[in-house]
Design a binder for this molecule. Structure first.
Ligand SMILES: *Cc1c(COP(=O)(O)O)cnc(C)c1O
Length: 420
């Protein structure tokens, strides 16, 4: 469910025409719906009621502080994977005690920052990280809350590059190691052992791998308690898929929550979740204009958006629905849709049936609110794409376009080239 629909023939985000946003801020631009963000958070959170769960939005899916603040006002926490993401979450008003810090490559400086911030939980991914963190905690005279990230050896996810739970993936430790590591952390007076964490992948369309992973988590927690070791939390990660195609919808949050209740029935433990895509994907679109039509047996539509603005088709072969901003009943025809960048990878889709398009037409890439703007770059010396947040009949530019002239102020010639 989302709030992008045609009204009187014009594609709108809530009560605002996308064409009006394009006129105001130019294209390409990301546009997010407050109502969709809030609704997805509410649906997910309330699916677990009356259980009190922490829903920590995965900042890497959409890191704009206006998006984070929208969710934070509803009570969301933040799942972060870098100091930068923690800083963004704090700036957006997420309380430190709702921030989870995950990731395999946390540097000492980042760990120290998280310890000083007093985050809800640091998810430790290896023995080496545990030792480093204990040393940092001792030096700072703090006792950070930690969880051990378990790799349950369950593969899942919409693409090999976004699967994280197989035994050979770089994430977490094996279930046996996790028990040993957790026990060791519990003995360490510099650490506050709280629980175990898992996250097996992204764009998961089938509950069974998640259920298998969650059963591993429950049995590990039971084993620990059986040995007299206290454990109060399980962090069950994110990963729930969203519909990108016109294909059967992925499991709804209610089905997911019912599965969780099945796995944890009769087991008293605090649960947290880290949904990213499920909250943000359908809450955003990327708007772009047709720059040119190349006359081929199958015409090529060249847009002013490119792979640097939306890279998912290039790196994950991802599918995004494409809708013209002006509704039409004209018969569809096959197009290739590309951006202007000088590589063949800059192709959004081939042989897509779309209504007739002309130079200057505005189109929207649907389901672009997650892993869209966060992955944008300035490749090909392009401006960094701006972001707009809509709420009802209002909209605001929440990240302005970073123009090339501004980017150039970061660069300089070395003295030996200036002298010439
Ligand atoms: C990426 C990530 C998430 C979010 O995944 P989604 O598929 O967007 O829900 C959650 N937790 C961790 C540790 C992650 O790396």
């Amino acid at each position: 469910m989302n709030h992008f629909e045609y009204r009187g023939g014009a594609l709108c985000c809530e009560d605002v025409k996308l064409a009006d946003i394009a006129d105001a801020v130019g294209t390409p631009a990301y546009v997010y719906s407050t109502a969709t963000l809030e609704r997805h958070y509410d649906v997910f959170r309330s699916a677990f009621a009356p259980r009190d769960v922490l829903v920590a939005f995965a900042v890497k899916a959409n890191a704009n502080i206006a998006v984070l603040a929208t969710l934070a006002r509803k009570g969301a926490g933040a799942d972060t994977v870098s100091q930068g993401e923690i800083e963004r979450a704090l700036k957006a008003g997420v309380p430190p005690d709702k921030i989870i810090f995950s990731g395999v490559g946390k540097t000492e400086a980042e760990l120290a920052f998280a310890v000083q911030t007093g985050v809800h939980q640091i998810n430790v991914e290896s023995i080496a990280e545990l030792e480093t963190l204990a040393r940092i905690a001792w030096a700072l005279k703090k006792k950070p809350a930690i969880a051990i990230r378990v790799n349950p050896d369950v593969g899942a996810g919409g693409h090999e590059k976004i699967s994280t739970g197989k035994g050979d993936a770089k994430f977490g430790v094996s279930p046996e190691q996790a028990l040993a590591l957790y026990a060791r952390a519990t003995d360490d007076k510099n650490l506050d052992s709280k629980g175990l964490a898992v996250h097996i992948g992204s764009q998961i369309r089938d509950l069974s791998p998640l259920e298998a992973a969650f059963r591993v988590m429950r049995s590990l927690a039971e084993k620990l308690r059986g040995e007299g070791i206290a454990i109060e939390r399980l962090d069950l990660g994110g990963g729930l898929g969203v519909p990108y195609f016109n294909e059967p919808d992925p499991p709804a949050p209610a089905e997911y929550a019912a599965m969780v209740e099945r796995v944890f029935a009769g087991f008293d433990i605090k649960l947290s979740f880290e949904p990213g895509r499920m909250i943000a994907a359908n809450a955003g679109v990327l708007i772009a204009r047709v720059v040119r039509l190349q006359d081929r047996p199958r015409p090529i539509v060249v847009l002013d958006a490119a792979m640097n603005d939306l890279i998912r088709p290039a790196i994950y072969d991802a599918y995004h629905g494409i809708k013209p901003a002006r509704e039409t009943n004209a018969p569809k025809q096959a197009y290739d849709v590309v951006g202007p960048i000088c590589e063949t990878g800059d192709t959004f889709t081939r042989n897509r049936m779309l209504p007739p398009l002309e130079e200057g037409d505005l189109v929207a890439f649907m389901t672009a609110g997650a892993y869209g703007a966060v992955m944008a770059s300035t490749y090909n010396a392009r401006a960094l794409v701006p972001e707009v947040l809509v709420r009802g009949d209002r909209f605001e530019l929440v990240r302005r376009r970073w123009e090339v002239a501004e980017q150039l102020t970061l660069e300089k010639l070395p003295p030996w080239l200036e002298e010439a």
